[in-house]
Design a binder for this molecule. Structure first.
Ligand code: PHE
Length: 356
């Protein structure tokens, strides 16, 4: 018993005196390791009488536990001290410029950001919806009649049927379902844009199965087609950072009435396309006044509320603004392409210093 006490005092003093983690660990091994002093004492238990064991067993166990606790406490003291020392000796200047950064921002998020900046300046906020939609939000509430060809396998990616659910989900074919979600969840006045991914079963030089749209929706008590035209004309000139001549051409969408497509004037300059002037017209977006049936499907009274909506292809606008020849390159994940067409991720688009 006296031995146990003196061993404890001796080793405790060693632990207390340790000034680094390595020394502390050496002490631990020489006391509590397989061939350590305490372990050897415990081995003696085997030679003892039952009476002796009853006393010495718990005493030795206690010694072991006490020493372990002392080692742990000292270890965390030393670790804290080391951290404190590192924190006070190392400094980092967060205001220093980046020396070299790899990687660029893809043109799609760049252009979406540019659009968000322009529309937020006009008082729009950003709304979002899911990529996997149901028939109600993607079609029915948007006044697609039953059997409308756009519901066909031809354009729409249908998800495999989920057990217990009657209806197959779809990959949204446009961002217009976000109109429905917004009108159901939010009281007018509404002024939102909804950027996001869209999917159609289509692939060639100007179509990819996944592409990007920005939807717009404005609902209030006195909205008319003049507002629609003004917003879109202002937008397109701000986006291309030059005066752009546009025309509105009658069109049909189930969810707007009247409906139109907006074209921008352009000309070819060798291989490049110059937007703004020229003698050719290029279609750039679909738009119109929200159909009364759509308002009703969202619980709004068309005699009280009207509004307009528009939808445009982000990838197309990016190609036109930044001169990329093939849409498919956008999604090929080629780092040389990204190095060439990508944007500095540290420079955010804003209206004060320029969009791009
Ligand atoms: N959803 C239409 C499309 O994908 C675009 C559109 C949106 C047209 C809103 C009118 C109003 O082609």
């Amino acid at each position: 018993m006296a031995d146990i006490k003196s061993v404890k005092t001796k080793i405790a003093a060693q632990i207390e005196a340790a000034t680094d983690l390595q020394t502390l660990d050496d002490i631990r091994v020489s006391a509590l390791g397989k061939k350590g002093e305490v372990s050897l004492m415990m081995r003696e238990l085997g030679k003892m009488s039952v009476e002796e064991k009853k006393v010495m067993g718990p005493a030795l166990n206690g010694l072991k536990n006490d020493l372990n606790a002392l080692v742990d406490a000292k270890k965390s003291d030393l670790e804290n001290a080391a951290l404190e020392a590192a924190l006070s000796s190392e400094t980092m200047d967060m205001s220093l410029p980046v020396l070299r950064h790899q990687g660029t921002l893809h043109p799609v998020p760049q252009v979406m950001e540019e659009m968000a900046v322009i529309f937020s300046d006009m008082g729009f906020s950003v709304a979002e919806g899911p990529d996997i939609e149901d028939d109600f939000h993607n079609f029915t509430a948007l006044n697609f009649p039953p059997g409308h060809p756009a519901r066909d396998m031809h354009d729409t990616f249908f998800m495999s049927a989920i057990e217990g659910e009657e209806e197959k989900k779809v990959l949204r074919t446009h961002t217009s379902p976000v109109q429905i979600r917004t009108m159901i969840n939010q009281k007018p006045p509404i002024r939102i844009i909804a950027p996001g991914r869209t999917y159609r079963c289509d692939s060639d030089q100007t179509h990819t199965p996944m592409f990007h749209q920005v939807e717009g929706l404005v609902i209030d008590k006195d909205i008319h087609m003049g507002h629609l035209k003004g917003v879109l004309m202002d937008f397109i000139s701000a986006f291309f950072e030059t005066d752009v001549d546009v025309q509105f051409r009658p069109h049909h969408f189930p969810f707007t009435e009247p409906s139109a497509e907006m074209d921008v004037r352009y000309e070819r300059d060798g291989a490049a396309i110059k937007i703004g002037q020229g003698d050719k017209w290029m279609e750039i977006l679909g738009c119109g006044m929200v159909h009364p049936n759509v308002l009703r499907a969202c619980g709004l009274d068309p005699d009280e509320y009207q509004g307009f909506a528009f939808g445009m292809g982000v990838d197309r606008l990016a190609m036109l603004k930044y001169g990329m020849p093939d849409l498919r390159d956008m999604f090929a994940a080629d780092t040389r392409w990204l190095g060439h067409y990508g944007f500095d991720p540290l420079l955010q688009a804003n209206l004060a210093t320029g969009l791009s």
